[in-house]
Structure formats: C-alpha cells, structure tokens
Design a protein around this ligand. Structure first.
Ligand code: J0M
Ligand code: MG
Length: 382
C-alpha cells in the first residue's frame, strides 16, 4: 500500500482536519492544528507531505522519525502539530487495514472507561454555577475553569480575592459533590502563582493547570513544595524531549500532552510511559475536535496512569461548530454517566462527514486568541 495524497480542511470553530489517501482506497483522518495558527500548521503539513507521499502507511514509526529527525530544525508547536495529525491519520489507516481500534494495536484495554471533564465559565470565569448545574444534569461531576483573569507580575489582593471568590462560590454551592481543576492558563507569573495557590489551598481544587508558563517550567518544583494541590501542565510542551525536563525537575503531578500538538499517538504513548515511571498522572489536553479526542482516548485506554480526559463539548471556543458536528455516527463516542467507553470501531473509530467538511471548510474562520492588556497597557498573558 502507498500513500497517495494529503488534503487539509481548515474548519469552524478553529480546527483543521487532514485526510490521507492511499492507492488501495483506505483513507485515514487526523487533526493537525495549533489554535490560532492553523494556516502555519497547514503549510507545515504540506511541506512534510514530500516525505510521506509514496511511502507505506504501515511504517508509522519510520515516517515519524523521518518527519522529526529529517529536519535539522525540529520540535515546537507548528512542526509537532503537523506531525501529530499525520501520525493520527496513519494510525487510523492501520486500524482500518487490520480491522481493529487503535487501542487494540497498542496492546489492548488497560481500563473499561475513562472519566471525562468539561469546561465551564469561559475566558473570564463567570456563570460557572449555572454551567456546572447544566452539565451535572447529563452526568458530569468533573469540571475545569479558568482560575483567574489577566494578572500582573505583581498584582493586587483585590485580583486575588476575585479569583478566590469564584472558587469559594463553587465549593459553597456544590461542596465535594463535584471536582474541578483551575486553569491558570499561563496568565500568572511566578510571584503571583505563589500567592494565588496559597489562597486557593483551602478549597482543594482537583488540580491547578499551567500555574506558570511552560517556559518557566523550572518553577513547578518550587510551587509544588508549597502546596498540596496537584499541579498540571503539558499543552504547550511538544515532545518527549520537552517533557523529560519536567519529569527530571519534578513538581508536576499531572501531564497534559495534547495529541494534536505533541507529535500524535506515537509520541504521546511514549510520554505516557515516561510519566508512569515518575508516578505522574496522564490527562491529555483536548479543547479541539473529534479526531483529536479519539486520539486521546486511544492513549487513555492503554495507559494505566491516565486519570481523566478533557473534551470540548460546550467549551467557550466552539463558536460555529460543536464537538461532534462533523462526525457521521455520534454514538461512536460512547459517553456514559460522565465517562467515555472504548469504541470497537476500527482505527480512530470516527467516520467523518466529508461532504459537510468540504462545505464548511469554505467558510473557515482564521480564529485568533485575544490580545489582553493590563491596566497599564502592557500585554497580558491571555
Ligand atoms: O486547557 C485548555 O483547554 C486550554 O488551556 C485551552 O483553553 C487553550 O489551549 C486554548 O485552546 C488555546 O487557544
Ligand atoms: Mg489549559
């Protein structure tokens, strides 16, 4: 079998799908994208396609190594997202050829289901109580919200109190009937992270995500030394080589590689294994679409240290399309009481409505994250 063609479709809300065709009619789908830089990843996919077209799709490991090591300059969000989507599509093809779900090809199920969690509250955590109530009605009991709005390197106690008040409101409304992670989203610098984490300790969030920016990862160990709250990070790390420093330095209790940013299934399964060796939990990042989610689930179902799975139903970014809009058989994603159960469909187990994808790709927006500014006009971390 030979790969014949790679086609990309940028789509609402801010996603991109990749279709890989072969000379025997088997096709595979992946989701290479960096939110806000879809066109850059699209160019990278087509640049890398020179190394893929004409090759045997079964040789996923060799194709991965050529795509990664074949460039003198490597790593980073754009190239590793391009490789991720190609890798996902190749695993989809392999599963379809062999008539097995990807998790079977990776050694079979290590669990019967994986807990899902949902976003609430949007960019500026508001209306979280109503959002949580609505999602609890359909079985969710685990959530994530932004932990704060923009925060200066040194900021006021009023800003800290505003962040704490939202969390206090959640705990007083729901007690311990729910769990929630707080995503600092890299908005908080090291000095304020110490203060904010200290003030949040009594409310026992399930985890605090990106307590500081990934480029400040050496701070994680210091923050972890001052708190009992598990720290999480990973959506802005793009390979084993980024994660190995975090494992060596310590401080992170939950790693969150993104299956569409960190080299795909081939790479993230290895990151999961590294994490297990350090007794670190795995919770793949996934604010994206159905192919990214299916790829996360493939890794969750073979990684004993996987603990919960992000998914984007109702996320504040999904303007113009929802998680399963492009999926023919929505029941292929088996959600049961706030858990995902494994699909027995081959490959990634997702049948894409290609006609709809082609039609909607004609009006793909160029989504951009907002540029925030502090009270004094300086750029704030969003
Ligand atoms: O944890 C999450 O889902 C993320 O932090 C998410 O909010 C961002 O990754 C966003 O997708 C960037 O545009
Ligand atoms: Mg995050």
């Amino acid at each position: 079998m030979k790969i014949t063609k790679l086609t990309t479709y940028r789509l609402p809300p801010r996603w991109m799908f990749l279709k890989i065709e072969t000379d025997e009619g088997v096709t595979g789908w992946g989701e290479p994208v960096i939110e806000g830089r879809a066109r850059s990843v699209e160019a990278a996919v087509h640049e890398l396609s020179e190394y893929v077209v004409g090759k045997d799709p079964a040789r996923i490991n060799d194709i991965w190594q050529v795509l990664y090591r074949g460039g003198f300059y490597r790593g980073g969000p754009i190239l590793m997202s391009a490789i991720a989507g190609i890798d996902q599509a190749l695993w989809d093809i392999k599963g379809k050829v062999l008539g097995a779900p990807v998790y079977q090809l990776l050694g079979g199920l290590v669990r019967d289901r994986i807990k899902a969690y949902s976003w609430v509250g949007g960019d500026r955590p508001a209306e979280v109580i109503a959002g949580i109530r609505k999602l609890m009605e359909i079985g969710f009991d685990t959530f994530k919200l932004n932990g704060c709005e923009e925060m200066g390197t040194i900021d006021t106690s009023r800003k800290v109190d505003a962040a704490v008040a939202t969390v206090a409101e959640i705990r007083s409304a729901f007690g311990d009937s729910i769990e929630f992670g707080l995503d600092f989203h890299g908005r908080v610098a090291a000095p304020m992270a110490k203060v904010l984490i200290h003030e949040l300790e009594p409310f026992r969030p399930l985890f605090i995500e990106e307590p500081v920016l990934a480029e400040q990862s050496e701070v994680y160990a210091r923050l972890a030394a001052q708190t009992h709250i598990p720290l999480a990070a990973g959506e802005r790390m793009f390979s084993r080589f980024d994660f190995k420093r975090v494992f060596a330095d310590g401080g992170i209790s939950i790693v969150q590689p993104d299956l569409s940013h960190a080299g795909g299934i081939t790479e993230c399964v290895k990151i999961a294994g590294m994490a297990e060796a350090y007794d670190v939990a795995l919770a793949p990042h996934c604010p994206l679409g159905p192919l990214a989610l299916a790829s996360c689930l493939a890794v969750d179902f073979v990684s004993r240290n996987a603990v919960f799975q992000e998914q984007s139903m109702g996320i504040h970014y999904n303007q113009g399309a929802e998680l399963f809009d492009y999926v023919r058989n929505k029941d292929d994603f088996r959600i049961d009481g706030g858990y995902f159960r494994p699909s027995d469909k081959p490959g990634l187990g997702v049948v894409i409505d290609e006609e709809l994808v082609i039609e909607r790709s004609r009006t793909a927006p160029d989504w951009r994250n907002p540029i925030w500014r502090l009270h004094d006009g300086a750029v704030a971390e969003w």
